[in-house]
Design a protein around this ligand. Structure first.
Ligand SMILES: [Zn+2]
Length: 127
């Protein structure tokens, strides 16, 4: 259980690149990762890449995604939105650049919303 102000709860901690830590942040950010494979791509530190939606069932996370918990929440919400868009379209890849641009716009908002939910839920003491 996280508690604000205790040493057990730095608000913006670095996250270990492990599945259990990722699931915990996803839960607090209210990002549903059921039926999605999370692949951690090693050797990518300093590239600035954080996440990539490989297809409807797989999100890749790069090492820079783990610099802080709330940023990881943002990346998870962002990529999860791409998965949703691919699933709605019934495809594994977007068919044209307009779809990419549209999905990117909503994913940006979804990521920011996930980041805010994560912070709010942490401040309420986790769940
Ligand atoms: Zn994107």
């Amino acid at each position: 259980m996280y508690r604000r102000g205790s040493s057990a709860f730095p608000l913006f901690p670095h996250v270990p690149p492990r599945r259990r830590a990722i699931r915990k942040i996803a839960k607090l950010a209210e990002v549903d990762l059921k039926r999605i494979r999370i692949k951690i791509v090693k050797g990518t530190k300093g590239t600035g890449f954080k996440g990539y939606t490989r297809n409807r069932r797989c999100i890749e996370l790069y090492e820079d995604a783990f610099s802080s918990a709330e940023d990881l929440a943002n990346t998870l919400g962002h990529e999860r939105r791409h998965v949703e868009d691919l699933r709605s379209a019934g495809v594994d890849r977007f068919m044209n650049s307009l779809q990419v641009i549209e999905s990117e716009q909503v994913a940006r908002i979804a990521g920011e919303e996930a980041r805010q939910r994560y912070i709010q839920n942490c401040m309420r003491g986790g769940r």
